[in-house]
Design a protein around this ligand. Sequence first.
Ligand SMILES: Cc1cc2nc3c(=O)[nH]c(=O)nc-3n(C[C@H](O)[C@H](O)[C@H](O)COP(=O)(O)OP(=O)(O)OC[C@H]3O[C@@H](n4cnc5c(N)ncnc54)[C@H](O)[C@@H]3O)c2cc1C
Length: 186
Amino acid sequence: MEIVSPEKQFICHLDDVRLPYDALVGDEDGGLLQLFAGLNPERIMASAMGAGIGRLALGKATAYARDRQVFKTPIGAHQGLAHPLAAAKIELELARLMAQKAAWLYDEGDDMGAGEAANMAKYATAEAAIHCVDQAIQTHGGNGLTTEYGVGMLAGVVRLMRIAPVSREMILNFVAQHSLGLPKSY
Ligand SMILES: Cc1cc2nc3c(=O)[nH]c(=O)nc-3n(C[C@H](O)[C@H](O)[C@H](O)COP(=O)(O)OP(=O)(O)OC[C@H]3O[C@@H](n4cnc5c(N)ncnc54)[C@H](O)[C@@H]3O)c2cc1C
C-alpha cells in the first residue's frame, strides 16, 4: 500500500473457505444485517480519525506559520496562507460536530438517524482532513514534503479517507436516496 500508517495493510483474499458450524458468528442467515450493524460505528470511528489527522495537520501548519519568517515577516501574517488555514479550521469544526451527532445518535440506539449522520460525518471529515493536510503542506513550502516535518506523510492516509471504509460516491448515493428521496442510482 502506498500509504504511511502505524500498522501494516494487506489485501486479504478468501476463496472457497469452509468453516465448521461452531465457527458461526451471530445468527444463521443474518450475515448481512449483522454486517450492517458494524458499519455505523466504523464510519463514526473513521470520522474521528479524519478529524484527528486534520487537527494534527492544522496544529503543525499554524505553529510553522507563526515561526517561519520570509522577508522578515512570519508567513502566517499573509492572508494568502492565513485564510485557507482559517477556512480549513471552520470546515474541520463543522465536520467534527457532525461526527459527534452521529456518535450521539448511535448511542441513543437510533440506527437510521445514526446511519445518515455517520455517512455525512465520514464525508465531511474526509474532505476537511484532505483540505487541512493539503494546506499544511502548502504552508510548510518545501519542508511540507520532507520526512522531518511529518506533514507530507499524512497525504496518503487522508486521501484514503475519501475511499475507505466507504467511498465518497457511495455516501452521495446514500444521501441522494435516503435523505433526499431520489431514486436509487445503482
Ligand atoms: C488501505 C485500505 C484499507 C482498507 N481497510 C478496510 C477495512 O478495514 N474495512 C473495510 O471494510 N474495507 C476496507 N478497505 C476497502 C474499502 O472500503 C474499499 O476500497 C472501498 O469501499 C471502495 O471499494 P472498492 O475498492 O471495491 O472500489 P469499487 O467499488 O470498485 O469502486 C471504484 C470507484 O467507483 C465508484 N463507484 C462504485 N460504484 C459506484 C456507484 N454506484 N455510483 C458512483 N460511484 C461508484 C467508487 O466510489 C470508487 O470511486 C480498505 C481499502 C484500503 C485502500
